[in-house]
Design a protein around this ligand. Sequence first.
Ligand code: IMP
Ligand code: MG
Length: 175
Amino acid sequence: MENYKVDILISDKDITQRVNQLGKIISASYSDTNKLIVVGLLRGSFMFIADLVRCLDIPVEVDFITVSSYGSEMFSSGNVKILKDLDGDINGHDVLLVEDIVDTGKTLEAVIEMLETRVPNSIKVCALLNKQSRRISNIKADWIGFEIPDEFVVGYGIDYDQRNRNLPYIGKVVK
Ligand code: IMP
Ligand code: MG
């Protein structure tokens, strides 16, 4: 693997603070339902969802889905296939999709379209990071942790070629 370094972009302290805020806002928004299922898109969202659900003070189920986009490691092609489906039924439930990064938006667009065929009561999206400048799809996350520039980032669950997921902060890859 080529050499690169990782510069801190968002500190673990800033992440904690923002996840706490998101937890309060999202809890308030779902105060009328007891059918909330928080769905993490693996693997990138595992750390974020673990922290986020701890900041929710409402009844909640947690489930996971793994999709893969075909294509190279630095960008996604927008074609997704399900590698691991949800364990539970979302019919009639309120689904909160938790994603690490919305980049072109094509992954989310495909996942939402697929989940909609299962007739949930609602689908909303909480993304830790948003790269608005790269958007191709007409997809908007309902809640976003941080807007980031068009940089390749790692850490807090997010990988570069499967490495760096364990970093407690978000860093940008510098070659
Ligand atoms: P999209 O379909 O282009 O929105 O791709 C979103 C997915 O691409 C994210 O869930 C990540 O898995 C991956 N991705 C996009 N940008 C980055 C990045 O900067 N670092 C690591 N993975 C990324
Ligand atoms: Mg991902």
